[in-house]
Design a protein around this ligand. Structure first.
Ligand code: UD1
Length: 365
């Protein structure tokens, strides 16, 4: 078979992490071109991950920066199209549910270039989330749907997508954790944050539905109150910092705030935490692989398998539900039950995903 060309489009922190175990495999098997949209651009949201994960510098950067959804997506489409026309890839790979992934997939599909979508079929069934719209659009224009688990596969089938397009490969987050976990033990983050193993909670919060003026104040109130009872380290996402300023919310003094951390520091901090409080998708799976229970600050999750297994729990996003459920689940016996639940963690998704891409490309004359 002639050497095929694959373009991978990424642009945000979770995409860099989740695609990191695939990138070396893609470079071995294909003429591989990496395009960075520039959706995330600051060192701690972007460059630190390239450094720590040993990734090659992108071949092209679209430098779209932050903007409204329409503007950001439009910039991505208009800047990516000439690159796809010039490089003429046989396939474009995108991951997940960000504006970058959706724009990358849409731009390719309109040029009749087959799209592979990693993490296909994740659904929250909440169309108020920009990520949900991005996922639905992407799945319906992709040629190869790389689903993480059977729930995602069922979601795709229920939307009428043909079984021949779907491969259930697992989640590449697990591969990334397994490769980097050992290396993360050298991190000095616990000393730097002055916390001791098992004696603190890690908090992340940035989803757009949680950073609105109706929702965010109640969440911060609950978390501030909880931080009087437990040490809470809040890894503050720039979106959340901006939303707090806009809503005029003061950070409760009980909460210890940190800048977003690099990947290795995050792995180490989560691994040694008593529990994780989060609305992030990637962190739910990372915590699952690291053996740390997660209390999810949402009413639904696309990563159901860890909740179904009894490892993680949903505690909602109102002041009352967070306080009531966090107090319940943070009791030692309840936490021990979550920790003891066997988590169905499967590695090897990255190899399976690349093998499926090779299969599809071989079937295209
Ligand atoms: C995006 C994704 C979300 C993902 C998240 C991970 C979409 C619709 N959402 O949300 O699914 O979970 O990334 O972080 O694509 N900013 C910086 N530095 C940066 C990047 C952003 O300061 O490097 C600030 C900007 O002020 C910006 C805000 O963060 O307005 C939000 O960034 P944006 O790219 O719009 O989306 P995220 O909230 O990061």
């Amino acid at each position: 078979m002639k050497m095929r060309t694959v373009v991978t489009v990424l642009g945000t922190r979770p995409e860099i992490i989740k695609l990191s175990p695939l990138i070396p495999l893609l470079s071995e098997r294909f003429r591989h071109i990496l395009v960075h949209s520039g959706q995330h651009y600051s060192f701690e949201m972007d460059a630190v991950f390239f450094e720590e994960l040993g990734l090659p510098a992108p071949d092209y950067t679209l430098a779209v920066g932050s903007a409204s959804h329409g503007e950001q997506t439009a910039r991505m489409l208009s800047r990516l199209e000439p690159i796809l026309l010039a490089t003429r890839p046989d396939m474009v790979l995108v991951q997940g549910d960000t504006n970058t992934a959706m724009a990358g997939g849409l731009c390719a599909a309109k040029l009749n270039i087959p799209v592979a979508h990693l993490e296909a079929g994740g659904r929250s069934f909440n169309r108020q989330m920009p990520e949900e719209l991005n996922r639905i659009i992407l799945d319906h224009i992709s040629t190869l749907l790389l689903a993480a688990d059977e729930t995602a596969e069922r979601n795709l089938l229920a939307e009428g997508l043909p079984p021949a397009r779907i491969r259930t490969v697992g989640s590449s987050v697990i591969d990334a954790v397994e490769r980097n976990r050992q290396h993360a033990r050298r991190s000095t983050i616990l000393q730097r944050l002055e916390v001791t193993p098992g004696n603190y909670l890690v908090l992340t919060l940035h989803r757009s539905e949680n950073t609105t003026p109706n929702v965010l104040p109640g969440m911060i109130r609950a978390l501030g109150e909880l931080a009087e009872e437990h040490t809470i380290v809040f890894l503050l996402h720039p979106r959340t910092a901006a939303a707090m300023r806009t809503c005029g919310i003061e950070m409760p003094r009980s909460i210890r705030v940190s800048e977003p951390l690099g990947y290795l520091d995050t792995l180490r901090l989560v691994e040694q935490a008593r529990a994780l409080l989060t609305d992030s998708g990637g962190l739910q799976e990372e915590a699952g692989a690291l053996g740390t229970p997660a209390l999810i600050l949402r009413n639904e999750t696309e990563w159901r398998y860890l909740v179904d297994a009894g490892r993680h729990v949903l505690i909602g996003n109102t002041c009352e539900s967070i306080l009531a459920w966090a107090r319940h689940w943070l009791q030692p016996e309840a936490l021990a039950r979550l920790r003891a639940a066997p988590a169905p963690i499967r590695s090897g998704a990255s190899e399976r995903a690349v093998a499926a891409m090779i299969d599809v490309l071989e079937s295209i004359a």
